[in-house]
Design a protein around this ligand. Structure first.
Ligand SMILES: Nc1ncnc2c1ncn2[C@@H]1O[C@H](COP(=O)(O)OP(=O)(O)OP(=O)(O)O)[C@@H](O)[C@H]1O
Length: 205
């Protein structure tokens, strides 16, 4: 899998958030998308995810053959603070629902995801009663355990405590090596493992 950006730009009204990005993301490589608050990390990730259209330029998704932007969501797992979970579902229902749409990583099933989450006492609890850290763990586990070539993590350790951050880093070790990983962050401990860094500030007009 490759994501090829050609003169990619996005603006809101008259403000260019980024412009003229020419870049190739490749599977098996990990990329940190960097920049201060409000610089455009989430905007770039949304464009890469196909949730926002570019204002100029284009994105080419290539596996064996080209994948259309409207189909790329099938190949992507996302964990982000702005991603909503269904609050009425219990944890077990959330896992069952998610994996109706995405395949499990090899050797995984619902019980293994629960084990990985280490929230088994909460398996029958609706998510509306989860703490923000428990919700963040749930989003990360769903994204890591889905068998997709692209893994997008925006602010992955938001709301996690020290143990949660260590848990995240262990999951990175286990589940990121063969995938194309994009981490939107401004905390170095979240993205130290990435071989590549792309700073939004380098693409301002
Ligand atoms: N729908 C929108 N309409 C207008 N402006 C927007 C919209 N979405 C984002 N912006 C603006 O785009 C800029 C980049 O926002 P973005 O959320 O991508 O930054 P970020 O780098 O992810 O920030 P943070 O680190 O705080 O999460 C900001 O100035 C923001 O106000």
């Amino acid at each position: 899998m490759k994501i090829i950006l050609e003169n990619l730009g996005r603006r809101f009204n008259k403000e260019w958030i980024f412009k003229d990005i020419n870049y190739v993301f490749s599977q098996g490589q990990q990329y940190a998308i960097l920049g201060p608050n409000g610089s455009g990390k989430s905007t770039l990730l949304s464009v890469l995810l196909g949730n926002l259209t570019p204002s100029e330029g284009k994105i080419i998704y290539k596996n064996q053959k080209e994948i259309l932007p409207e189909d790329i969501f099938n190949s992507i797992s996302l964990a982000a603070p702005y991603l909503d979970l269904i609050e009425e579902f219990t944890l077990q229902e959330t896992i069952a629902f998610h994996f109706q749409f995405k395949a499990y990583q090899q050797g995984f099933n619902a019980a293994a995801v629960l084990d990985l989450l280490a929230l088994s006492k909460a398996e029958d609890k609706p998510l509306k009663y989860f703490s923000s850290g428990m919700k963040q763990r749930t989003k990360l586990a769903l994204a890591f355990c889905a068998d997709t070539p692209i893994l997008v993590l925006d602010e992955p350790t938001s709301n996690l405590d020290v143990q949660g951050t260590d848990w995240y880093l262990a999951l990175i070790e286990k589940f990121s090596k063969d995938r194309l990983v994009l981490v939107g962050s401004n905390q170095s401990y979240e993205y130290d493992f990435c071989q590549h860094q792309l700073n939004i500030l380098d693409y301002k007009k």
